[in-house]
Design a protein around this ligand. Structure first.
Ligand code: LLP
Length: 409
């Protein structure tokens, strides 16, 4: 096992480099620590030494993150043509890319099949008629069939995938669809994904999914891999225990049983969540009869997870604590004119003052990636850290001109 701790908590980030970044680039700004991304990759590789490990790039497509993971030798799981393009540009070899087509728009299929990479990458189909659409376009390459395993798990109903009929072909149809896929191209794998947020409690669902996939692989036979998805959880709460990766690896191996194919996993969040923080500045302090409301310059357009999934993200003040200030209860709210625009409720922070710099933890996964321009709000900047203090801009902050640039005159 690698030496790095299984979780980097918000309290483990040194405040000075983050304050320097905020001074240089302003806020709101995402900070991504590339060394931590690499350490997470190493920990996964150590826990799953025999597995084919791919990064679900939807969690964070920032170019330096993709480059670092491509250099670390992991593959890429891509959900859309745009992600495939970015993975290729960042150096993932085509043969390590799996394109998981979910109701793929015609434009996605066209752009993927046009590239030279199309014959080397693997296309995962989750509906029989996606095979028809590939045949119509003359595809005869590497195919994987996504199966709906009938079991789901996740940190929120909106990210539980395994039992949702939208994803994968029904388990009972899987063998027949695999046979069809064999007639179309080169069937190399079967795939399922339980959902997002496998934790100690959810291992039962994961184990059941893997068991069903092992059975399927034995029935179908002659496969290169059995992909059992991602969904490895990270502790968002300060006192939550980290995932026991070796327990997950053991459960996975046991549940898969004897299969003459390589195990494939494709976590997204686990690689990047704790490698990122979001920096934001307090702009309003408002005492109310219920609580103190603090307004910050990041909101649901910067980090959508609290509004979308009621997700919890730790928040910490980065102001020097000398002399120590008393703490107080606050609601941390964004600048968007929506009730859902709350980053955190009923949090304890040192008595806030306008201009205070705050950090939001575990923001490396599905943070910048899900940012939007709602309320005509420019998306934030992204800065990457390498080594202890080496930082550089990876994505510049949008301007209002960027927000309106697609409008016809
Ligand atoms: N593989 C497939 C086929 C997936 O659909 C996903 C995520 C993953 C792998 C990676 O899952 P992860 O290891 O990152 O949990 N925006 C939500 C998460 C949605 C994930 C969708 N699919 C969030 O912020 O929690």
């Amino acid at each position: 096992m690698s030496e790095t701790p299984p979780i980097r908590r918000l309290s483990d980030w040194g405040p000075e480099p983050l304050r320097d970044i905020a001074d240089e680039w302003g806020t709101p700004t995402y900070v991504l620590d590339l060394d931590r991304v690499a350490a997470n990759a190493a920990r996964l590789a150590a826990a799953f030494p025999a597995a084919d490990i791919a990064y679900a790039v939807k969690a964070n497509t920032t170019r330096p993150v993709l480059e670092r993971l491509a250099a670390a030798g992991v593959g890429a799981e891509c959900a859309a043509a745009g992600e495939v393009e970015r993975a290729l540009a960042a150096g993932f070899p085509a043969e390590r890319i799996r394109y998981t087509a979910v109701n793929p728009p015609a434009r996605d299929l066209a752009s993927i099949l046009e590239t030279d990479a199309a014959t080397a990458m693997t296309v995962t189909v989750g509906a029989e008629d996606t095979l028809d659409r590939l045949v119509e376009r003359g595809f005869e390459g590497r195919l994987c069939v996504r199966v709906n395993p009938g079991v789901g798990a996740g940190h929120h109903e909106k990210v539980s995938t395994g039992a949702e009929p939208k994803f994968g072909v029904p388990y009972e149809r899987a063998t027949a669809v695999c046979e069809r896929a064999r007639a179309v191209g080169d069937l190399v794998g079967v795939h399922a994904h339980v959902g997002s947020g496998i934790s100690g409690d959810d291992l039962t669902a994961h184990r059941e999914l893997v068991r069903r996939m092992g059975d399927l692989a034995r029935t179908v036979g002659d496969l290169e891999f059995v992909a059992v998805g991602g969904g490895f959880g990270v502790p968002y709460h300060e006192n939550e225990s980290p995932l026991d990766l070796s327990a997950v690896a053991r459960a996975t191996r046991d549940a898969l049983g004897d299969v003459d194919a390589q195990l494939a996993i494709e976590p997204g969040r686990y690689f990047v969540a704790d490698a990122g923080v979001l920096l934001t500045t307090v702009n309003t302090v408002k005492p109310t009869p219920e609580t103190t409301v603090i307004g910050v310059d990041a909101g649901m357009t910067t980090l959508a997870r609290p509004a979308l999934y009621d997700a919890y993200h730790a928040v910490r003040s980065l102001e020097p604590d000398r002399p120590p200030k008393p703490t107080t209860h606050v609601d941390i709210t964004g600048p968007v004119c929506e009730t859902a625009d709350v980053l955190g409720r009923d949090r304890q922070l040192p008595e806030p003052t306008r201009g205070d710099l705050l950090a939001v933890g575990n923001a490396g996964a599905y943070g910048y990636e899900m940012a939007s321009n709602y309320n005509s709000r420019p998306r934030p900047a992204v800065v990457v850290l390498e080594g202890d203090t080496d930082s550089r801009l990876a994505v510049r902050r949008e301007t209002l001109a960027d927000v309106t640039r697609l409008e016809e005159p």
